[in-house]
Every structure is written in C-alpha cells, then in structure tokens.
Design a protein around this ligand. Structure first.
Ligand SMILES: *Cc1c(COP(=O)(O)O)cnc(C)c1O
Length: 550
C-alpha cells in the first residue's frame, strides 16, 4: 500500500464497496463488545471505578503528545476501550442526576448525522440537517402548544444556549438598536431562586451584567412566588430600570418545581402595562421538564395506557402547569435529558419566528453562504456558525418512541418516585421528603434528629445552629453515599433551598440527598434495595440520637 492508500483506508469507502464496509462494522462491533464486557446490572460504572491519584491530570498533561507515526486500528480501539473503564453507566441503580443513557435511535441518528457530516449552517451544505430540523421544530411546536406556522427554532448548545438566546431576543425586542450600538445599562432580568445558573452566565455574556439578574423567592412547591416577582419588578421600575426578561423554570433540576407560567404571564403583563412599558420576553426553561408536555393531550379519563391512580394524579398535576407552556415566548427541550438522545441535542423554540429576524445578520455580512439563487435555509441568527445536525438524532428518537413511548417512559419515572416516597415515609421516619408537592423524576430527602422535620424547618422554626447541625448530619450521609456509589449512585445538593431561621435574618442553604430516576432500567421492584441502602447509610453515619426539639 502506498502511504496515501493507507490514509484512504482511514475513511469510509468512496465507492460503497463491501470489504471496506465490513471492516468498518468489525471496528464498531469491537467497540460495542468491549463496552458490553464491562457491563453489570449491579454496577453503575463500566467495570470498577478508576482510582485517581492526586496528580492524575497532571500526569496526563506531562505524558501526552501526538505520536510521530500513526498507530493501528487495534491500538485505537484499545485506547478507546481504556477510556470506558470506570465510566458511569446508567444501569438500574444509577440514580444520581440528569445524566441519561442515550437510546439506540438517538445513537443511530447521531451516527447518521456524523456519516453525512453536513453543516447545518446552510441547506446546500447540510440538506439532511435542514430537513430534520424543520420537521422536529414543527413536531415539538405542536407538543408545546405553539402554532407551528408561526413558530421557529433550531438545535443549539444546551438548555443554557436556549436561556442565552432567549435573552438576546429579549434585548433586541426592547432595544432593536442594541444589536448595533450595544446594550443599554438599565435592563433587568428575573428568575426564581431555584432557576438554573444559566441566566447568570447569559447576563454576563450579553453585557447586561450579573448584578442585573434579580432572584425571585419561591413557594413551598419550589415554584416562583408571583407576588415577589411583582414587588421586585416594581422596585426595578421605580429606580428607572426596565424588566425585559423572565425565565420561568418548568421543572427545576433539584426538586422538579414547576413555575406557573399562566400566573407569571399575568403578573408581568399587569406590571408592565401599568407603567406603560413594552411586555417582557418570557422564556420557559423547560430543558428538563418540558418533556412532560407529552401528556398535555393524554386522555386522563379513559387512561388508555393504564397508569395507576397515583401516577395518573401526579401526571395530571404536572399537566396543570405544562399546559401553559405555549404562553412563553421561547422555550427549550434538552433531548439529551429526558428525550434520550446523546449530548448535545437541545432544541430551542420561539413562538414568533419574526423575533429571530431581530438578531439575524444582514445578507451582506455573510458572503460565503446563504442567500444565493440556490439554498434557502441559512441559520445566520444562531450564535454558532458551523452547526452539527443534532436534529437528525432527535428525529430518529421521536419517530421510534412516538408520543406513547415517551409517555410510558416518563410515567415510569413518576411511578418509581412515588413508590420510593411511600416506602421512605413508612420505613424511615427520620427522613423528610423535601419536595413532597412535586411529583416528577426526582425525590429530595433530608435526615433529621428526633423532633425535627422539613415542615418545621421550612417554616422557620429552627435556629441557625440547628439547621447547620442538620446539614452536617446530611453531609455525612452523602459522604457515605459517595464512597459507596459503585453499588447505588444517589445524588446530593448543598443548596436545595434557602430557609429562614428562628434566631436571625439570614436565609440558610439546605443540604439534601436526591434520588433521580434517569435509567430506563429502574423499575419499582428495585426500590426496596435503594431503601435498604439508605438505612445502612444512616446506621453507619449517625452517632447518637440527641433529642432537641424546635
Ligand atoms: C440542564 C438544565 C439547563 C442547562 O442545560 P444544558 O443542556 O446543560 O446547557 C438549564 N436549565 C434547566 C432547568 C436544566 O435542567
């Protein structure tokens, strides 16, 4: 083989010959076989966890360099296999956070997109992506309740990218000249205390500034307190500020609180009208929870999929909020989360496609692509230039699962959580569920000393010292969970909520553990194992039972 012939063998064939294809399939088979070898239904990692010394990354930095001579396919496979060792794997006891397993349609869709390797920037370079993107925008617009003839969107860099572009639109809608002249310095944005930190980054990156992000209090169900929103909007306006953007989180990551978009919309409209200001742009941060809009059209009375009564009640409660998603000016579906496709496959949607023209480039400013006699799909409004066609993966998943497939899977998460909550309450009285009002894929729980519970603590009846002591108790618990995560992998957070204390003005952050169901393999029959694991952890971390009451 000449050198150049060898290099050509690194590529898929030019003529579609069988020999080359079979070699390619062999390589793929090796990757799959090697991964399967590491799998164990009672392990949440591929093989044992990798031990990492303190200098692990430094050692890699020092020892890594591009090899002078190329290697072999076998060497490449060996190196990839080595990367798999100890990697998290979403078997039934993988209960830590939103880190889903990518489904086969999602993977094959992504693979197809990679094989075609079109550039989703322009349909002349990436026709498959343009077609798939148009389809999934329409499909998901209908699920969200948007008018598919008015709406538009694109796949982007995460739920964070969606929050960011929502803000770009909000700025351009209030001050169209900002695109040329820069951002006025009196613009303000709002989100709840439970919102994702995406908004902070977006405020920095757009030039609005992090100090212009106003955090709104949340209610006991962890949704935004609309009265506090109104107060804070009024205060901003009084001082000459302009509210332009509200992020309504529909499904918070830690506790699945769902903001009431209908109320937020009413509050925002009332407040801006009163002051003769233009309306604010509302972005539904539905990155995680938006998928539950798959139940917006479910027939709850005939219950065709036969869900249990408590599951049905939970789903109905979620729908009572999700049915107002369409009131938001923009929203997002993170398909790499509950959509079961690989990273990163986020879909950003806008209710009114004309909004995007406010941030679009002039044709003259993109001389290489778009606006020729040929090709009519040019995404010059995205922050990205070149774009991967992640819509192909989304399309494959939507086609294979269908609405019902998603309904079955999403309902299973609720069912497992409801069963877990029931068994926790019955068997471990010292644990409080700290998101009892939010049915969803996540249950947060906190361990107390005798005489304490979440109800009293959240009502401000505990002293600062007592809250901190409870935090320590829970930190010990999640240290144990962390050390034993190879067995059952739970999650935790050190800022689940902020609670008032009885002996001061401060709000104190609260530490909780979380069970996040994200594996399709977790079913209700696995719940007792999780309960026993928690019992063992409590036994191992709790020293004495001092009884103080608050
Ligand atoms: C995950 C998440 C984000 C961030 O999304 P990325 O895809 O990680 O960028 C933002 N908001 C919410 C509510 C989320 O759950």
């Amino acid at each position: 083989m000449t050198k150049m012939k060898e290099i050509q063998s690194f590529f898929p064939s030019e003529d579609g010959n069988r020999e080359s294809r079979e070699h390619f399939i062999e390589l793929l088979t090796s990757v799959l076989e090697n991964m399967d070898q590491f799998k164990d239904t009672h392990q949440v990692t591929l093989g044992p966890l990798k031990e990492k010394s303190a200098g692990f990354y430094e050692e890699l930095t020092n020892s890594s360099a591009v090899p002078q001579k190329g290697g072999s396919f076998q060497g490449m496979i060996d190196q990839l296999t080595d990367l798999m060792k100890g990697h998290p794997f979403q078997s039934r006891y993988f209960l830590t956070n939103v880190l889903p397993m990518a489904s086969i349609p999602g993977l094959i869709g992504q693979f197809t997109a990679s094989l075609l390797n079109g550039n989703n920037l322009w349909d002349v370079y990436g026709p498959a992506g343009a077609e798939a993107e148009t389809k999934v925008i329409s499909m998901m617009s209908k699920i969200a309740g948007y008018d598919h003839q008015q709406s538009w969107g694109y796949t982007t860099w995460g739920g964070q990218g969606a929050v960011f572009t929502g803000l770009r639109l909000a700025i351009a809608k209030y001050a169209p000249s900002a695109v040329e002249e820069g951002v006025p310095n009196n613009l303000y944005v709002f989100s709840s205390e439970q919102a994702h930190y995406s908004l902070l980054k977006s405020a920095e990156a757009t030039g609005i500034g992090r100090n212009h992000v106003i955090k709104v209090r949340t209610k006991r169900d962890h949704s935004m307190d609309e009265d506090d929103l109104q107060k804070k909007m009024e205060k901003v306006i009084e001082k000459g500020g302009i509210p332009i953007y509200i992020v309504a989180t529909t499904g918070t990551t830690d506790n699945f609180g769902i903001d009431n978009i209908q109320q937020i919309y009413a509050t925002a409209t009332q407040t801006t009208q009163k002051h003769l200001l233009p309306s604010v742009h509302i972005h539904a941060d539905s990155a995680l929870g938006g998928f539950y809009a798959f139940f917006n059209e479910y027939d709850f009375s005939s219950n065709p999929l036969g869900f249990d009564d408590d599951v049905l009640a939970g789903l109905a409660q979620i729908r009572s909020r999700m049915q107002y998603l369409h009131l938001a000016d923009s929203l997002c579906f993170d398909f790499q989360k509950l959509g079961q496709t690989p990273y990163v496959t986020s879909l950003f949607l806008v209710k009114n496609k004309h909004d995007l023209s406010l941030i679009d480039l002039d044709a003259a400013e993109s001389p290489y692509v778009g606006n020729r006699g040929y090709g009519e799909y040019h995404t010059s409004y995205t922050l990205e230039c070149s774009r991967m066609a992640s819509s192909i993966s989304i399309l494959a998943a939507l086609q294979l699962f269908g609405v019902e497939g998603y309904q079955v899977m999403l309902a299973n998460y609720i069912q497992v959580n409801l069963s877990f909550r029931k068994q926790l309450n019955e068997q471990i009285p010292h644990l409080s569920i700290t998101n009892p009002d939010n049915p969803g894929p996540v249950t947060a729980f906190r361990l107390y000393d005798k005489g304490f519970d979440w109800d009293r603590e959240a009502s401000g009846l505990c002293t600062k010292e007592q809250i901190i002591e409870t935090n320590d108790r829970n930190e010990a618990l999640f240290e144990y969970f962390g050390e034993n995560r190879a067995e059952i992998f739970l999650g935790d957070t050190k800022k689940f909520d902020l609670v008032p204390c009885s002996n001061g003005e401060e709000l104190i952050p609260v530490y909780v553990s979380k069970m996040f169901t994200i594996s399709p393999y977790t079913e209700i029959q696995h719940v007792p194992d999780v309960i026993n694991f928690i019992k063992k952890a409590i036994k191992n971390t709790t020293k004495s039972e001092v009884s103080i009451s608050c």
